[in-house]
Design a protein around this ligand. Sequence first.
Ligand SMILES: [Fe+2]
Ligand SMILES: [Fe+2]
Length: 273
Amino acid sequence: MNPIQFVHLTDTHLNAPDKENLFAKLQLADKVRRVFSHIHQSGLRPSFVLITGDLAHEGDSADYAYIRKLVDEGSAMLGAPVYVILGNHDHRAPFREGYLGETSSEEAYYYSHTIDGLRLIGLNSQIPGHHNGMIDDQQLSWLAEQLSTPAPRGTIVAIHHPLSTVIDMPGYDSLQNVESIRDVLAGSDVIGIMAGHVHSNHVGTFHGILSVAASGTAFGGELAEAEHFRMFDACSYNVVTVDSNGVTVSTIALPTSNAEIFRFPLTALAEQR
Ligand SMILES: [Fe+2]
Ligand SMILES: [Fe+2]
């Protein structure tokens, strides 16, 4: 069985370059371009690229049109399709308008594609106006229906909010209905769950399924000390290899200054809902 490789990026937090906010000033688009170039120059030929949400930082349709242009350039460079999902900092209507070129709508964005025998299911855990996420009943029913037929090489589920416990902070529950999702995934052909949101790498299992939260391209997040969380200059991507032995996740970190960008009290993180 030939190995399949794909690249997992997350949390690009982009805005169009003319926007007057901190995230636009950080020139995060350059990081995305660097990542695509690095993948290309490394000789990797991924079957696809996955970006697991927080594509924009509170973006409008112009921001999403800009992101689409960047993504299309990366896709052309690699000769591979790029699939995206939405995170809590994304907005459905401008995404549909600016990124998908559709009429504006608040409809959840989710899909299933099978690439080289590996099925990718992208879910919409983002709830308009909330930091935390959930998978609504409509998506859960759809997911159960999809998973009732196995894919030749198994299934990867992409979801912005991680299913596993990844931050040891009281009150920080990023996904509201973990149990319902667990019930749908039980006994299925899902071999991996790819997430973002926490801006740091976490690899573990969710009821026996590989569960990964990736750090992302925009910046890293970590405890500064016992009372504060900090965001710092960082940029990385994961290469996921699926072969007859299982699944391997390799993190590639590009050089950055690692300088602190901002910090905030842990209590503020726990209060986000
Ligand atoms: Fe994020
Ligand atoms: Fe997020």
